[in-house]
Design a protein around this ligand. Structure first.
Ligand code: DAH
Length: 354
């Protein structure tokens, strides 16, 4: 009995895994285990012998069983320990570096412009980039023979052979959104319409696709004075300083009277600085919406009046962020994008206070 005890207790102590332990359990106390067989022999013993051997065998069985259970628990603990050690991970380590994309200056400036005009109660409207010539020209009081039509360097779409309807155009300005908005919403209204426009032109300051933002405010008694205030307010907020403006009489078919607006700047030292110096830079066209344009939008010019303006977004982006060449905006050069782009969470804006 002592031999059996020594044999199993030391084997159990040395077991390194659960499989070995299970084999030992079967070998000792399984159905055909050594101790089980010994217990079966009790029946053949004399009552006297059984009285000694019975309790001793039971005690041995209990002792081996307890040793098996204790070892099993110890092995499970060790396995868990090992797993925790192997799967340990330092959550305080910095993340692996990954190149972040940047916000394109055009997107950034569109956001800034939208936020500033939203502050003044302007909603944002949109229109299609492929327009009918009616929305792009006629409704804006630019008839077929008008020189402005030729001056716009328009891209025309192709019509099928024999289809002699006038072709659609890639909109040459955001002004058609004025008509679409008036048709849908009537007066009064106060909107800006930022978006892409297209003209067949290419040099340092012109690209075939560029961005404009249109403005339109219609009410009973809106005047040029309101236009001037809104634009001055806009430029000061956008450039972050008081910017002088100059309104020059001009002509657009869709406004009467019309004005081109310049902002104060200096060209000293080869760079443009807005808000200082004695030079002027033209940044937008504007005026009082022509009665014919109101009519085209379904609004009665005897009851309503308002102002409109159209401004180049790329232009004011170049001015604010010192970007010299417009063409680079659309070349998708990653080095340029990283240099002039904005971090997604760190963008200057009126509402972010940066
Ligand atoms: N549509 C004009 C252009 O692209 C800009 C413009 C001028 C828009 C005067 C207006 C405006 O709304 O009133 O050159």
């Amino acid at each position: 009995m002592d031999d059996l005890r020594d044999k199993y207790l030391s084997a159990i102590a040395e077991a390194r895994d659960e499989a070995t332990l299970e084999a030992l359990r079967l070998q000792a106390v399984g159905k055909k285990g050594e101790i089980s067989l010994k217990m079966r022999e009790l029946g053949k013993m004399t009552p006297e012998e059984r009285q000694v051997a019975g309790p001793a065998l039971n005690a041995l069985k209990g002792e081996v069983g307890a040793a098996l259970a204790a070892k099993k628990a110890a092995l499970a603990d060790a396995a868990l320990e090992e797993r925790l050690r192997a799967e340990w991970l330092d959550v305080t380590l910095p993340a692996r570096p990954r190149r972040q994309g940047t916000i394109h200056p055009v997107s950034q400036v569109t956001e800034e412009v939208t936020a500033i005009f939203a502050d003044m109660g302007f909603a944002v409207a949109e229109g299609p980039q492929i327009e009918t010539d009616w929305y792009n020209f006629d409704a804006l009081n630019i008839p077929g023979h008008h020189p402005a039509r030729a001056e716009m360097d328009t891209f025309y779409t192709h019509r099928a052979e024999g289809d002699d309807r006038p072709p659609h155009v890639l909109r040459t300005h955001t002004s058609p959104v004025q008509i679409r908005y008036m048709e849908q919403h009537g007066a009064p209204c106060r909107i800006i319409a930022p978006g892409r426009v297209y003209r067949a032109d290419y040099d340092q300051t012109h690209t075939p696709m560029f961005h404009q933002v249109e403005g339109l405010a219609i009410d009973r008694d809106i005047s040029m004075a309101n236009l001037k205030w809104v634009l001055e307010e806009f430029f000061s907020a956008y450039f972050g300083a008081k910017v002088k403006t100059r309104f020059r009489a001009s002509h657009f078919p869709f406004t009467e009277p019309s004005a081109e607006v310049d902002i104060q700047c200096s060209f000293e030292g080869g760079t443009v600085k807005v808000g200082e110096g004695d030079d002027w830079l033209e940044v937008l066209g504007s005026g009082m919406v022509h009665p014919k344009v109101l009519e085209a939008g379904g609004i009665d010019p005897a009851k309503w009046q308002g102002f409109a303006f159209g401004m180049g977004i790329d232009r004011i982006a170049m001015l604010k962020y010192g970007i010299p060449d417009l063409r680079a905006f659309f070349e998708s050069d990653l080095r340029w994008l990283r240099h002039y782009g904005f971090a997604a969470l760190d963008v200057p804006a009126v509402h972010s206070g940066v």
